[in-house]
Design a protein around this ligand. Structure first.
Ligand code: PRP
Length: 187
């Protein structure tokens, strides 16, 4: 049985994502040049696919780094309690930093990251997210560049998971309700 049978519908197609990423990269290309040497920080795990595609459309010198954040609490909603599982390898003091997220939902994760990064005194800090769910925002967070605003649906694919799976699906999709009801049947 294919994992694709668990998917009810495609919300954003692979072609639309890829076309939009070229536009997002162009926005960044207009903001930075080689002398800035920004650090693009991929927020793991969800943003790894987005970062991989985005970085290949950038025409200025940059570095990439990774940070893994987890929100406590099971299920499909974030609780607001956030912790760092993996911190940056680089020192961002005095550096231009671009946070790369897959989705901003309640805003708790991004708020935590912004406060943590601001305390490290970067020269500049911007946020790019592929997806934004403004209807779910619990805390006001500044997002500079947004790929797609989406409705309040639980989405997966293109880096986003359900129960750690489906990150490899090349589009943003919505799972069939019975997948949540019955779980993935893996013990
Ligand atoms: C997701 C996503 C964001 C965060 C957004 O990460 O990648 O970091 O939730 O939610 P918020 O705005 O409500 O805080 P998740 O904690 O699911 O971890 P993952 O990226 O490893 O799947």
């Amino acid at each position: 049985m294919s994992m694709f049978q668990d998917i009810e519908r495609v919300l954003i197609s692979e072609a639309k994502i890829q076309a939009r990423i070229v536009e997002l990269a162009d926005e960044l290309n207009a903001l930075y040049d080689d002398a800035d040497l920004p650090v693009l920080v991929c927020i793991l795990k969800g943003a790894f696919v987005f970062l991989a595609d985005l970085t290949r459309h950038l025409d200025f010198r940059h570095e990439v780094d990774f940070m893994e954040i987890s929100s406590y609490g099971a299920g499909t909603t974030s609780t607001g309690v956030v912790r760092i599982l993996l911190d940056l390898a680089s020192n961002i003091e005095g550096r231009q930093v671009v946070i790369v997220e897959d989705i901003v939902d309640t805003g708790h994760t991004l708020d935590y990251i912004l406060r943590s990064f601001t305390a490290r005194n970067p020269a500049g800090l911007r946020v790019v997210t592929l997806l934004d769910k403004p209807s779910r925002r619990a805390i006001d967070v500044p997002v500079d560049i947004v790929g797609f605003e989406i409705p309040n649906e639980f989405v997966m694919g293109y880096g986003l998971d359900y129960s750690e799976q489906y990150r490899n699906v090349p589009y943003i999709g919505v799972l069939k309700p019975e997948v949540y009801r019955e779980g993935l049947g893996i013990s």
